[in-house]
Write a protein that binds this ligand. Sequence first.
Ligand code: UDP
Length: 237
Amino acid sequence: MADPIYKRVIVKLSGEALSADKGFGIDQGVVERIAADLAATAKMGVELGVVVGGGNIFRGVEVSNRGVPRPVGDTMGMLATVMNCLVLEAAVERAGVEARTLSALTMTTVCETYNRKRAMKNLAKGRVVLLAAGTGNPFFTTDTTAVLRAAELDCQAVLKATNVDGVYTADPKKDPSAKRYERVSHQEALEKDLKVMDGAAFALARENRLPIIVFSMAGKGAVEAVLRGEGRSTLVG
Ligand code: UDP
């Protein structure tokens, strides 16, 4: 089997990735499948930080037009990411690899608080590190968190899991002639306005020359396949 193409990466999972087809809540079967994939990848010797979104439970903008201040809504969104991380942490451990949730919001009775050194130590020990509560600040996204943590933790790439197998010239669900890019530079992605990540996340990746690999989480062992250089994806960078 091919050796891993990177030694340390951040995997970004959207909250919806945990909810199967329903788009809401947590599907335990899906969680087990993702955890098995993460555990198998860690067993290959890849150090894994995992940023999980919260969109399957709550997004701050949903309440901002209902009289709830946006920062409060965003805090609720960040708390949703903690729930997703905790369920994944337990499942990764059941799959035979140690895991730690580190939260950007302090909640000492639930999990440890994120700090860079603590995260680095856990990664070096081969633990899967679940990075919860986004950046800890409102008005940001977990895509931005993924890039920020990748830069902070000396990761070689961000693996962005989506429901399509890469970045296309047009929306492949609407335009059958859309073509998938094998590789595209940050500059080209910007010029062509390819929606890889939100603006803040993408700007940070570009500035730090961080490669982003966009791939589909649909199949079994998707993360492991990307790290073995197999399967379909787009490398942005
Ligand atoms: N969020 C935030 N700051 C962050 C990351 C997330 O305020 O640094 C909030 C925000 O309300 C966001 C929600 O948490 O809508 C869930 O994150 P996101 O929308 O990125 O999740 P995903 O779409 O990936 O499931």
